[in-house]
Design a protein around this ligand. Structure first.
Ligand SMILES: NC(=O)c1ccc[n+]([C@@H]2O[C@H](COP(=O)([O-])OP(=O)(O)OC[C@H]3O[C@@H](n4cnc5c(N)ncnc54)[C@H](OP(=O)(O)O)[C@@H]3O)[C@@H](O)[C@H]2O)c1
Length: 240
């Protein structure tokens, strides 16, 4: 594998776990997120990595950050995202547009910015959806619509950019900053954990392990897939 791996949303639960895994394989990294202090702290832990603060909803800033990776990009993981849950009645046009801008448009602009460098390295792209894009959950209209767009983007770009590989991970609820309003309450966390056949919430490491594999040469014949990392929640029913 030649070239760096770019992780957008690098300081998050998934992004940081993925960055640590890639660094352990000896891959150089470009780490992107908004908060420069947290980004610099992560980069200081990962030799050979570059911290490039940028807002993924600003295409020019995102493009400049990704350019820091140079002419060959072995992998791009777009791990930035949001979960703003509201009933349809309270959702505004801005809520829908914000969810789309960060989750779907940001992912598209990131791949576009990296396209030439990905092609030159025959690289791999990993995007993030949610199980709520295919299974219906109340109050998820804005995020499900935006993440559904990410799944469409995944198959379209896998077709258009081959041999660059493009795959998508669809997690269930994982402990992280964005899920804190839901899992910060221990009773709610326990109730949601019980909805998973594997009887626990996810951790960033659960999705990072699959992302690391999909970015690696070991996944060289896998493209255009949306894979759940969800403790069985989207497909498995238990006896209880
Ligand atoms: N956690 C869950 O339960 C869950 C469930 C289903 C799907 N997902 C998806 O899985 C992916 C990873 O989630 P996570 O749990 O690791 O999230 P997280 O821990 O909340 O981290 C989000 C990361 O994205 C960065 N970020 C947020 N807004 C950004 C922006 N506008 N520009 C640049 N960076 C931005 C954050 O850093 P800054 O704030 O410093 O920018 C942080 O590095 C996301 O796509 C998410 O939608 C998560």
């Amino acid at each position: 594998m030649s070239g760096r791996i770019v992780v957008v949303g690098a300081t998050g639960a998934v992004g940081a776990a993925l960055a640590r895994r890639c660094a352990a394989r000896g891959v150089g990294l470009v780490l992107v997120a908004r908060d420069p202090v947290r980004l610099a702290a992560l980069a200081a832990d990962l030799p050979g990595s570059l911290a490039v603060p940028a807002d993924a909803t600003d295409p020019a800033a995102l493009r400049a950050a990704i350019a820091a990776a140079g002419p060959a990009i072995a992998g791009l993981a777009y791990c930035a995202g949001s979960i703003a849950l509201k009933p349809l009645k309270r959702l505004t046009e801005a809520d829908f547009l914000d969810a789309f801008r960060l989750n779907a448009l940001g992912a598209a602009m990131a791949v576009q910015a990296a396209q030439e460098a990905l092609v030159s390295a025959k690289g791999s792209v990993v995007l993030f959806s949610t199980i709520a894009a295919r299974a219906g959950f109340p109050n998820h209209a804005a995020i499900a619509a935006a993440k559904g767009a990410v799944e469409g983007l995944t198959v379209a770009l896998a077709a258009e950019l081959a041999p660059v590989r493009v795959n998508c991970i669809a997690p269930s609820l994982m402990r992280s900053a964005m899920s804190a309003p839901l899992v910060g309450n221990p009773q709610m966390a326990e109730a949601i954990a019980k909805q998973h056949p594997l009887a626990r919430l996810g951790e960033g490491e659960d999705a990072a392990a699959l992302a690391d594999f999909l970015l690696s040469d070991a996944a060289g014949w896998i493209t255009g897939q949306v894979m759940a990392v969800d403790g069985g929640r989207s497909t498995v029913r238990t006896r209880g």
